[in-house]
Design a protein around this ligand. Structure first.
Ligand code: CA
Ligand code: CA
Length: 171
């Protein structure tokens, strides 16, 4: 106990104080709540996440429609037999992905489709105003993909689809 002898009461007080502060910091960090990442497209571009657009034309961020704020993402303009995709890969926790979509297309022929790891989760066509949907997600690296695909003839409505307010199951 030679060490202890050399610690004055003042030094002991400081040690106890530092120890208390550390405990308080640890508790407050453990108790802090971080909201799940959400894509609102309110930057006015795709810079918030590592989005990749592919297919016959690129998706764009647009102010012509929105669920929240001013902006949403809109499918690229494609012709008959055309398709345009928007993809994002993220390391996920087990949970749900939710988002809003709006579609204005030839019903039963030109579709907005949503995929997780290449497996179609659902599809929408015709005229639907902003609607929220959610799908279960398993933990791990997942690729989320939205496509707008047209059949061989005809177009209806705005002939496109929009997405907004995507909540990802990410820590
Ligand atoms: Ca928005
Ligand atoms: Ca069509």
């Amino acid at each position: 106990m030679k060490l202890c002898k050399n610690i004055t009461s003042r030094q002991l007080f400081i040690l106890l104080l530092l120890s208390s502060l550390q405990t308080i910091t640890t508790i407050s960090l453990a108790g802090s709540y971080s909201p799940p990442p959400i894509e609102t497209f309110e930057q006015g571009d795709f810079s918030n996440f590592n989005w990749v657009s592919s297919g016959d034309s690129d998706w764009t961020v647009t102010s012509d429609e929105h669920n929240s704020g001013t902006y949403s993402a809109r499918a690229g303009s494609v012709g008959d037999h055309g398709s345009t995709a928007l993809k994002l890969t993220l390391d996920c926790i087990s949970g749900q992905i939710s988002f809003y979509y709006k579609v204005s297309s030839e019903r039963y022929y030109d579709y907005l489709r949503f995929y997780i790891d290449g497996t179609q989760q659902d599809q929408w066509s015709g005229d639907e105003d902003w609607t929220q949907v959610s799908f279960p997600v398993r933990a791990g690296r997942r690729t989320f993909e939205w496509t707008y695909s047209k059949d061989g003839s005809s177009s209806s409505g705005s002939d496109t689809a929009w997405i907004d307010d995507i909540v990802f199951p990410v820590d």
